[in-house]
Design a protein around this ligand. Structure first.
Ligand code: B12
Length: 217
């Protein structure tokens, strides 16, 4: 079992709910950037995942860890999301069919909203039809998909194929704990991001390029 150096990461790995909330609050009060706090929480959750994998933790611990993270995110949310930003465009997002992990996706949603985007969050366990319907309705040029279960990767690939087959010319960005360039290429997505701040940077690039080509057309 690895020893986590950061106190907050270690508190979440040990499932110490009160200590987690206390540390999040004191760190915010002392001016530490909310995203740095998210990074420490994520580090602790990775440790929980490893303990689950090695049999030291069971499903009940995974559930507890998810609940603690949700409470911590509720404290962080007002500091992550910017208020009264101008609407910069729409983005559809969801966790793919078969997968119910949504803590990471929710952070991405918060940051995109904070950056001024109109985010249409379809939630968890989202099938192709729902993505297609939302994309047609919103005319969003970008769709984000989250996946944490490797067993759902094939399903993600099929969703992307169905979106393309429906004739929708949208950019697809994917993310999730294990997602990398190889996964992106396999499922034929256009972009991937390791974390929520990279997701915002990529969205900014896509929307700036789209605006540029609309002007030059
Ligand atoms: C908490 C948790 C749960 C909670 C989820 C609660 C919730 N509401 O999300 C519960 C208890 C429900 C759960 C259930 C299960 N889980 Co689970 N879970 C985890 C755990 C510990 C943490 C995940 C997490 O929230 N991380 C913190 C967030 C902040 O990080 P993140 O998700 O990576 O998100 C960041 C980036 O990836 C990125 N990102 C994420 N989404 C997106 C989307 C876009 C568009 C972009 C651009 C970026 C992006 O930005 C985020 C923020 O920076 C992981 C371990 C791990 N290492 O990930 C296992 C893990 C994912 N679970 C696992 C398993 C096996 C399961 C179960 C099958 C267990 C079981 N036997 O039932 C079920 C599956 C249920 C289902 N059908 O989905 C495995 C998956 C293994 C695999 N290879 O598929 C893991 C890896 C644990 C392990 N090591 O074995 N789980």
């Amino acid at each position: 079992m690895a020893t986590l150096i950061d106190e907050l990461a270690s508190a979440i790995a040990e499932l110490e709910d009160e200590k987690v909330l206390e540390l999040v609050t004191t760190r915010l009060d002392s001016g530490i950037a909310p995203l740095a706090i998210v990074d420490n929480l994520q580090q602790g959750m990775t440790e929980v995942g490893m303990r689950f994998e090695s049999g030291d933790y069971f499903l009940s611990e995974l559930v507890m860890c998810g609940e603690i993270m949700k409470d911590a995110m509720a404290v962080l949310e007002p500091h992550l999301a910017g208020a009264d930003q101008q609407h910069r465009g729409s983005i559809v997002i969801g966790t793919v069919k078969g997968d119910v992990h949504d803590l990471g996706k929710n952070i991405v949603v918060m940051l995109l909203k904070g950056a001024g985007y109109n985010v249409i969050d379809l939630g968890i366990d989202v099938p192709a039809e729902k993505f297609i319907e939302a994309l047609k309705e919103s005319q969003a040029p970008l769709v984000g998909m989250s996946v944490l279960l490797t067993a759902c990767q094939e399903g993600m690939k099929e969703i992307i194929e169905e979106i393309r087959a429906a004739g929708l010319k949208v950019a697809v960005i994917i993310g999730g704990n294990y997602v990398d360039e190889a996964v992106k290429n396999y499922v034929k997505a256009d972009y991937f991001a390791h974390n929520a701040s990279d997701a915002v940077k990529i969205a900014d690039e896509i929307f700036t390029t789209a605006r540029g080509s609309a002007h030059s057309a």
